[in-house]
Write a protein that binds this ligand. Sequence first.
Ligand code: CA
Length: 398
Amino acid sequence: MRLSGLIGASMAAVLLFSTQVQAAPCQNTGNFQQWLADFKQEAIAKGISRNTIRQGLAGVKYNPSIVAKDRRQGVFAQTFLKFSGRMVSNYRLKRGAKLIRKYNRTFAEIKRRYGVPAPVIVAFWALETDFGAFIGDMPTLHSIATMAYDCRRPELFRRELFAALRIIDRGDLQPYEMVGPWAGELGQTQFLPSHYFDYAVDFDGDGRRDLLKSVPDALASTGNFLQAKGWKRGQPWLQEVRVPANMPWDQASRAIKHPRAQWANWGVTWPSGKSLKADRLPASLLLPMGRNGPAFLAYENFDIYLEWNQSLVYATTAGYLASRFAGAGRVSRGRAQVNSLSLAQTKRLQRLLVRRGYDVGKIDGIIGARTREAVKTIQKKLGLPADSYPTTDLLNRL
Ligand code: CA
């Protein structure tokens, strides 16, 4: 789980990321120990116990290597097929299926209580920590205190540091148990401390919410989080489809939903060619690599994936992996080779679009919502199929 501009160590090298919150270069001023003393005073004022503050922040030091990692983290653009090809491995598919059987009763109870099916939760469990195998071993409080002191996003991490102390205060974890990746996430599905405090549940009945060591706690908390964000019980999230050679491509946008019957009417079918159920269920047509690549119907539940991680490539991969656990086949590569842009090429395209008066947000090499909209408009102007996906052909045309 990630906040904007915050990438966990486990995924740092591979995420395609929207970085609107990236702060401008800044300088740390003031002494860390003085900062910490002030923070402790504020924690007391917020009602966190003195004992928790003393134990939780004992020996906390500014760790410049964490800030260096955070500042170094770049954008690493990968296409959906490349990223999902790496993330949806045979090992994960087999291991996930086995764990769904092993925790069958726990999952049944989670589904009954939160409405979220096992494949959805297991996909996040797989992607975030390989089913709890890699939860990280850095002291969370040190990491978060360092980031809260650092000038880049102090308010964000200050909030997380208060939340981490409240988790201790509530008796869920001891300070020494709080370990994770350098960016401060916790547990088998990598909750931010504030999400841990708000959504963690004790599902094994031992009186503590332990998302690091208790599998039932971690899985049920994930279900609780997804339900709280609006998960719709019994509804699909992402289903692969086949698109016809021609259709109104400009309707393929995350912002546009049509009844499934409308997509059927435009010639969208199941991958086998079988007709879609022509019902009223609202869905977007998701073409992560344009009209020649893989295609999905993204339902309202898919919106929740972007609450988890706002990277569309991550969200699509998580939804696709969940669909595999639910029995779907391997995704089709589409009807033709897709000439995707590299990071540098995407930046060049963004500069060209800006020069022509389009708003693409930041020139960051990320194909975000605004870049897609600009691409769609220019495709229409040039008389090209307006699927919003930039390729090298479009770049050459410009
Ligand atoms: Ca527990």
